[in-house]
Each structure stands twice: as C-alpha cells, then as structure tokens.
Design a protein around this ligand. Structure first.
Ligand code: CAA
Length: 257
C-alpha cells in the first residue's frame, strides 16, 4: 500500500514505520494519524512480523500535532470529530511497538512515543509538552502518561513551562529505556525488535498485556491477573520448548503455539 506521509519497510521479522514529513518536522496531521494506524494494523495482521519500530528523522521524531491544520478549527469540529481519538488504534496493537526517537519529540510527538511500549532515544532527543505556549494543553495523553512515567513534579514542570527534557534527563526520569548515539539508534531499535520477534509470540503478547495492566488496575488485581496469565502459559508448546531447551542446554525453537 502506498502512503503519503510515512515510509514502511520490513526487515527480517521487524516492521519499520518512518514518519516522513520533513518539511514540517514530521508534524502529525490527520493523514499521518490514519496512515500510522493503518500500517500498524497491517503489521499486526502479518504473521511474518513479530515487532514494530516507529521512528522519524535525525532532526525530529515528530514536532507535535500539526498546528497549521488545527489552528482554525472550532470547538464543534474537534468535539464532533473527536480529534486524536483515532490514535487509540495504536493501543489495540498487541505486538510490541518500539519508538526510536532522535531529535524533537514534542507535544503529540512525545505523546506518540509514550503510546509505544518503550522508547529508545538518540543522544540528541528532546522531549516536551509545549502546548501551554500555544494556549492549549496536551491532547494525545501527555498530561496522563507523562505523569505516570516521570511523576507529578516533572510532569507539571514540563506541561506548565513547556520546557524540553534532553535524552539524559529522560533516561534518568524513566521516560526512555535506553539512550544510544544517534548513528546507532535505528540499529539498536531494530535489534531489540528482532530479539523480541524471535521469542514466543504468545508469551511476548502476554508480557505486554500484563505490564500495561499495571497502569489500569490495583496492585492486588494486577498480581492476580499476572499469576493467572502465568498459569495459562503452561498450556503453550512454547513453555515446554523454552524450559526444555534451557534444561537441555540448547537454543529454544519457538513455534508460537
Ligand atoms: N505543526 C505544524 N508545522 C510545524 C510544527 C507543528 N507542530 N512544528 C514545526 N513545523 C513546521 C514549521 O512551521 C516550519 O515550517 P515552515 O518552513 O513552512 O515555516 C518547519 O516545520 C520547520 O520548523 P521551524 O522552522 O520552526 O524549525 P526550527 O528548527 O527553527 O524549530 C521546533 C524546531 C523548536 C521544533 C519548532 O518547530 C517548534 O517549536 N515546533 C512546534 C512544537 C509544538 O508546539 N508542538 C506542539 C504542537 S500541539 C500538540 O501536539 C497537541 C497535542 O497534544 C496532540
């Protein structure tokens, strides 16, 4: 399928989505939103793909929602169209999605990265929620996800002042999982995705579901959910294969069953 604002490529078992609106620093307009979600759904349905990487350019992952597209919209329009709700499609993807972020990840760019399962940052990455400087606020989850990831004090600081956080601060604060030189960013992210894609897919999906559940429930319910999922894994061939391979000192050959 031909896209207008993204590039898609499959390397091995990894699907790669590259945001590609260089003239607008990858600002996320409605076309980008629809295309990213469609590409993710395509990879989700493709059995040959086990994990997905979303990335941008060296200068910008994405500099936010498209301000020029939003500027003249009325309340009635954004409410009736439920602006940004389409991004919820990303949350329904059950395969792992890794954000590989270099340069600016601002506003919706930071929020898109946070919707992914984890973020690997290039050393030049800059994260921020500058919506306050436009007279608005985050609208794709920034006030909620950033607060859960970095805590109230930093989230308030970011949302109220609009200041940017560099990659070192983002790693210190728990927003990103690793920081690597920009030149290594894509290979690091693809390497992580490839490693995941070669594991047991049902086990990978259950791990993802369990970690995500931690954000939605109490500790007691989350622990119960985790234990039940863990028990259910003993119905998988992959549990037998993974544990037998360990005992027999050989590499596991998972069949995703
Ligand atoms: N929307 C639309 N266009 C954007 C954009 C955005 N979010 N960010 C950058 N651009 C465009 C610029 O208008 C410019 O286009 P022209 O050449 O046609 O003027 C082009 O991209 C290059 O940008 P700059 O000249 O500004 O580049 P710079 O290197 O001087 O500055 C920057 C980079 C600091 C990231 C600056 O572009 C900037 O501040 N961008 C806006 C950041 C922002 O406010 N993001 C939040 C958007 S609102 C939002 O995201 C809501 C939400 O919660 C979903």
């Amino acid at each position: 399928m031909a896209y207008e604002t993204i590039l898609v490529e499959t390397r091995g078992k990894v699907g790669i989505i590259t945001l590609n609106r260089p003239q607008a620093l990858n600002a996320l307009n409605t076309t980008v939103m629809a295309e990213v979600v469609a590409a993710l759904q395509g990879y989700e349905a493709n059995d040959a793909v086990g994990a997905i990487v979303i990335t941008g350019s060296e200068k910008a992952f994405a500099a936010g929602a498209d301000i020029k597209e939003m500027q003249s919209k009325t309340y009635a329009e954004v409410f009736a169209g439920d602006l940004f709700a389409e991004w919820d499609g990303l949350l329904r993807i059950r395969k792992p999605v890794i954000a590989a972020v270099a340069g600016y990840a601002l506003g919706g760019g930071c929020e898109l990265a946070m919707m992914c399962d984890f973020i690997i940052a290039g050393e030049n990455a800059k994260f921020g929620q500058p919506e306050i400087t436009l007279g608005v606020m985050p609208g794709m989850g920034g006030s909620q996800r950033l607060t859960r990831f970095v805590g109230k004090s930093k989230a308030m600081d970011m949302c109220l002042t609009g200041r940017m956080m560099d990659a070192a601060e983002a790693e210190r604060s728990g927003l990103v999982s690793r920081v690597v030189p920009v030149a290594d960013l894509l290979s690091e992210a693809i390497g992580a995705a490839e490693k995941i894609a070669n594991l047991s897919m049902p086990a990978v999906m259950m791990n993802k579901e369990a970690v995500n559940r931690a954000y939605e429930t109490t500790l007691a319910e989350g622990l119960r959910f985790e234990r039940r999922l863990f028990h259910s894994m003993f119905a998988l061939d992959d549990q037998k294969e993974g544990m037998s391979a360990f005992v027999e000192k050989r590499k596991a050959n998972f069949t995703n069953r």
